[in-house]
Design a binder for this molecule. Structure first.
Ligand code: PLP
Length: 450
């Protein structure tokens, strides 16, 4: 056995939110189902005493309602790629807002945003904007069904989320309220497994409208996998849809499709494209996208016609964000700083003897982690311990996703804090976790499927 360095316990005070903060938390649960507007932000995702509400942020720093400061690695569910309150984006949005938020006819910002986005995404001819990622993945499914006159949809089962709409939520462990007839229309295949795709096409010949997947998530595509999907969709007359909600503006400024060189028929962007402002986009081939147009010679598909879809200040924020991506090395920085974080954390985990219990997963620009117990099993209790001890040391880390604002200093402070956290982790592995946990364990958003 290798000798372990002495363990630093770090702060022993409990993680506590103020009584005022707890009162606000209770009030929120009385007025808002779940106490928040995204399950991933919910209280059950965080240890007791975690920040109840965040009141402001700048760069990669946020402050909670009790005035506690944290370096954070969730970044608005990965939507804030540049940093909180990033000045050029805020200024562009404020300038547009002062001119009016929404007009009776289109604003020129709609054209400018489309030109910029299509300039970044090679192989896409047209774009349509909306507010949420779910709107645009659902629109892609609808277009695919209209184009192919087929009902079945096939999604990648190894990836966690595509939409809040029924065609996807019906496949999860929370399908309440979704008719069986709708659930039966969504099939699934495995990532990096072309045989599973072939089986689907064989069993449902001429019935599958589209394949929907993130081009990459925690796993990288095996050589030939994405091209294999492209070839099979072409051969079977199905539509290939990439969900680039997370990969877009993170893997490559042209999306993961720009990195891997496989062009889908349709793709869905959101999250990072407006640095946290609410903008999403469906982009794709003219032949499909035009089905949602108003040219008189063909039947129309009702495609993303929303009251707020072209809100001026959100599009101005998207344009400002895209300009920064065009002129500065944002994606390179996300990869570089993620690699620095990964190297530091891996070394800290090794030095504390927990390298096989705390694992970093995914691409450097989009790190998540798995916490395992003494038997090597994934553990919500150990995840809770990491969240709890990191919060005590000023780090908010539901994931370890960096932004353009995570500088060397913040990354190094995080690594130092985590070295202490890992010391506590080691003690909990050796002596049992119960004395270290200060409250109930956190829960996954979707319960495991029974
Ligand atoms: C890969 C992916 N697709 C789609 C969505 C849905 O996006 P939205 O929450 O903006 O509707 C998400 C949201 O987390 C996502 O991660």
């Amino acid at each position: 056995m290798t000798a372990k360095p002495p363990v630093t316990d770090g702060p022993r005070t409990r993680l506590t939110a103020s009584e005022r903060s707890e009162a606000l938390r209770r009030r929120a649960h009385d007025l808002i189902p779940g106490g928040a507007h995204t399950y991933a932000k919910g209280d059950d995702q965080y240890p007791e005493g975690a920040p109840a509400f965040i009141v402001r942020g700048t760069g990669c720093h946020v402050w909670d309602v009790d005035g506690r400061e944290f370096i954070e690695y969730g970044m608005g569910l990965r939507s804030v790629t540049l940093g909180h309150a990033y000045p050029p984006v805020v200024e562009a949005a404020a300038a547009a807002m002062k001119q009016g938020a929404n007009f009776t006819r289109p604003s020129p910002l709609e054209l400018e945003a489309a030109e910029r986005l299509l300039g970044l995404i090679e192989g896409a001819d047209m774009a349509k904007f909306a507010k949420n990622g779910s709107d645009v993945t659902t629109a892609a499914v609808k277009l695919a069904r209209a184009h192919t006159s087929r009902d079945l949809v096939a999604i990648c089962r190894d990836q966690p989320f595509f939409s809040t709409d029924d065609w996807f939520i019906g496949t999860t462990a929370m399908p309440a309220g979704i008719p069986q007839s709708i659930r039966a229309m969504t099939l699934s295949f495995r990532y990096n497994d072309l045989d599973s795709v072939d089986t689907l096409f064989r069993r449902h010949r001429g019935q599958i409208a589209c394949l929907v997947l993130e081009p990459a998530a925690s796993q990288e595509p095996a050589p030939g996998f994405l091209q294999g999907l492209r070839d099979r969709c072409d051969a079977e007359g199905a539509v290939l849809v990439f969900d680039e909600m997370i990969t877009g503006f993170r893997w490559h400024r042209g999306g993961a499709q720009g990195l891997y060189g496989v062009v889908p028929d349709l793709s869905a962007f959101g999250k990072g494209m407006a640095n946290g402002f609410s903008v999403s986009a469906l982009v794709g081939r003219r032949e499909l996208m035009e089905l949602g147009g108003i040219r008189p010679d063909r039947e129309r598909v009702f495609l993303l016609s929303t009251t707020h879809g072209a809100e001026t200040h959100a599009l101005a924020a998207a344009i400002a964000t895209m300009k920064i991506y065009e002129s500065e090395g944002v994606v390179e920085t996300l990869h570089r700083q993620g690699a620095r974080l990964r190297a530091g954390i891996d070394e800290a985990a090794r030095s504390r003897g927990i390298a096989s219990h705390f694992l970093l997963i995914g691409r450097d620009c989009n790190l998540v982690y798995a916490a395992k117990d003494a038997d090597g099993k994934p553990s919500q209790a150990f995840r809770t311990l990491v969240l709890q001890e990191a919060l005590k040391r000023g780090i908010l880390m539901p994931s370890l996703v960096v932004s353009y604002s995570h500088g060397d200093e913040e990354i190094d402070r995080t690594v130092d804090a985590l070295a202490e956290v890992f010391g506590v982790y080691r003690q909990a592995l050796d002596g049992g976790i119960a004395p270290f946990l200060e409250g109930r364990p956190v829960q996954p958003v979707f319960p495991p499927k029974s």
